[in-house]
Ligand binder design. Structure first.
Ligand code: FES
Length: 80
């Protein structure tokens, strides 16, 4: 089964499929479905605990979709 990552509006990343997460020590955490925090407020990181709705988190996914993909490969140089 392919892994699917869905960005929830103003919420977590929903990850579905068969995958293995590892903790900071490299210990595997086998999961088939996870909601990963992207607001930074969860007390259960990397998992979402619902804090995003309490702190009024606003996701930036629309800004990313509108970004110019060519800007990523410009080498990061500036003309200023
Ligand atoms: S995205 Fe839900 S607590 Fe951070």
């Amino acid at each position: 089964m392919a892994i699917n990552i869905k960005v929830r509006d103003n919420g977590p990343y929903l990850v579905e499929g068969e995958f293995t997460m590892t903790d900071a020590q490299g210990n595997p955490i086998e999961v088939k479905k996870a909601a990963l925090c992207r607001c930074g407020g969860s007390t259960m990181k990397p998992f979402c605990d619902g804090t995003h709705s309490k702190i009024g988190f606003k996701g930036a996914n629309e800004a990313v979709q509108e970004a110019d993909p060519g800007a990523q490969s410009s080498g990061g140089t500036s003309s200023t």
